[in-house]
Design a protein around this ligand. Structure first.
Ligand SMILES: Nc1ncnc2c1ncn2[C@@H]1O[C@H](COP(=O)(O)OP(=O)(O)O)[C@@H](O)[C@H]1O
Ligand SMILES: Nc1ccn([C@@H]2O[C@H](COP(=O)(O)O)[C@@H](O)[C@H]2O)c(=O)n1
Length: 202
């Protein structure tokens, strides 16, 4: 199994790049694991307290479960990937059966911060977009899709998102084998990654 890690700050376009990469590949040959599925279980907290959590700090992620799942998949066994609710700020009771495949893509802002996870990746990719571009995309998404208003999103950006990005996420760019500039849609970079995957799929 070839495991590809795709990191980068919030709104840089990781999900979009992953979808572009897998769009023209044979279904079932490439699996995707999202870091969002591995946010810690916060069922013991009220929704109000969950909404106050710093979701941009590495400690917000259950890296042990992510590592266990990657080990299981590498060993050829299926796992139950948790399903996350951004509106509830918590894991739901649902899971998605995730089966081993020739290529597994793992994407998330913090996935390169954890050395054990990082060392499991055959290829490490960092998607870069300028911070103003990312903030604009993030504002639109949080307000339209994730249940936050404009002021809440700007406050989160100043208190958590920006400082955590500078402290934990941006420095992981140095681990990347490939950096994809994504201020604009980057079809050339996507084609290159797809070519690498196609070679693996044989
Ligand atoms: N290159 C790009 N140019 C303009 N908008 C983009 C680009 N890449 C992604 N987007 C948009 O930005 C938003 C965030 O993208 P997404 O892929 O969800 O980022 P991430 O997964 O890194 O948070 C989405 O609305 C997406 O359509
Ligand atoms: N309940 C939550 C959990 C996380 N977030 C934010 O998601 C961002 C990471 O996801 P991307 O798709 O943007 O990579 C991260 O910056 C968290 O702040 C959230 O808003 N609500």
């Amino acid at each position: 199994m070839l495991i590809i890690g795709i990191a980068g700050g919030t709104g840089c376009g990781k999900t979009t790049v992953v979808n572009q990469i897998i769009n023209e590949l044979p279904r079932g040959e490439v699996g995707v694991i999202s870091q969002d599925s591995y946010y810690n279980d916060l069922s013991h907290l009220s929704l109000e307290d969950r909404r106050r959590t710093n979701f941009d700090h590495p400690q917000s992620i259950d890296f042990e479960l992510l590592e266990e799942h990657l080990q299981e998949l590498t060993a050829g066994r299926s796992v139950e990937q948790p399903v996350y609710s951004f509106l509830e700020c918590n894991r739901t009771e649902k899971t998605i059966p995730t089966h081993p495949s020739k290529v597994m893509i793992v994407e998330g802002i913090l996935i390169l911060t954890n050395a054990r996870i990082r060392n499991m990746f055959d290829i490490k990719i960092y998607v870069h977009a300028d911070s103003d571009e990312r903030l604009i995309r993030r504002l639109k998404r949080d307000v339209n899709e994730r249940g936050w208003n404009l002021n809440e999103t700007l406050e989160k950006y100043q208190c958590n998102i920006k400082p955590m990005h500078e402290q934990f996420i941006e420095p992981t760019k140095e681990y990347a084998d490939i950096i994809i500039p994504n201020n604009k849609y980057n079809t050339v970079a996507v084609d290159i990654v797809r070519t690498i995957i196609n070679e693996k799929l044989g």
